[in-house]
Design a protein around this ligand. Structure first.
Ligand SMILES: [Zn+2]
Length: 252
């Protein structure tokens, strides 16, 4: 069977001197491992389209569960990432989340769109990194089935909000008084408004909103807490990204 699809190359593992095994996040199938003959030779016609962080159009042969690269043509290469270790680490984290959170073929198209937009904003610096990371985490979680249920109808009037990760619900102080469970994460109203914007805006608008530094920090902390809860572990790539951030802070 022949499959034509676009996708972003996450990695290329050496199989031999000239052949590689590509990990590609594709628009139609989600994550695929694809055997790519000859791509490590820079003169090979598919070499450019198979580079890491290349967004390319692929023609693949599928035989049972094995995929073999036939042709690929480069649409966009996010080469700026290679020059910035912090941005590169964050992009690696985005890719890692797409692998860890088992995105099915049904949500592959929207996940790829989120990924390409986020990496594009990361390269051109149009969206601040802290915010970009939080929005990517939250939108991805919603796409793969971890969207929290907002059970509260007092958002206008209340100032304190709570999130029960275990139950997957968000509610206010008033709603809380009716509950006896104590495993809530608290956050203030500004964060609630940001979350609503991130959950319900069209993708391109989700990245843009006016917010204070304090709220922005709180938003990024709660998004990270939630993704760590969903993953049930701290991904190695996230640890690397945070170490790089810390070291750069020390340098300046
Ligand atoms: Zn309420």
């Amino acid at each position: 069977m022949i499959i034509k699809t676009s996708g972003l190359v996450f990695s290329c593992t050496d199989i031999s001197e000239k052949d590689g095994l590509l990990t590609i996040f594709t628009q139609s199938e989600g994550l695929l491992r694809v055997f790519a003959k000859g791509v490590k030779n820079p003169k090979n016609q598919n070499a450019k389209g198979a580079l890491v962080f290349a967004y390319s159009e692929f023609v693949l042969y599928k035989n049972k569960d094995n995929y073999v690269l036939s042709e690929c043509s480069l649409k966009k290469l996010f080469f700026d990432l290679k020059n910035d270790i912090k941005k590169f680490a964050l992009a690696e984290y985005f890719c890692d989340l797409c692998m860890e959170l088992s995105c099915t073929a049904e949500c592959a198209d929207s996940v790829l769109t989120l990924l390409l937009n986020s990496i594009n904003f990361l390269c051109n610096g149009e969206v601040e990194e802290k915010r970009l990371k939080a929005i990517f985490e939250m939108r991805l979680l919603c796409m793969v089935g971890y969207a929290p249920n907002i059970i509260c109808s007092h958002i206008e009037s209340e100032k304190k909000f709570f999130w029960s990760f275990e139950e997957g619900i968000i509610f206010c102080q008033k709603c809380r008084e009716k509950k006896d469970d104590s495993h809530f994460v608290y956050f203030q109203k500004g964060v609630m408004l940001c979350l609503l914007h991130v959950f319900y805006s069209v993708l391109k608008k989700a990245f843009f909103f006016e917010v204070s530094e304090e709220i922005s920090t709180e938003l990024s902390e709660i998004c990270e807490k939630y993704i760590l809860f969903c993953l049930e572990k701290l991904p190695q790539v996230l640890k690397i990204y945070k170490d790089i951030c810390k070291n750069l802070e020390r340098t300046f």
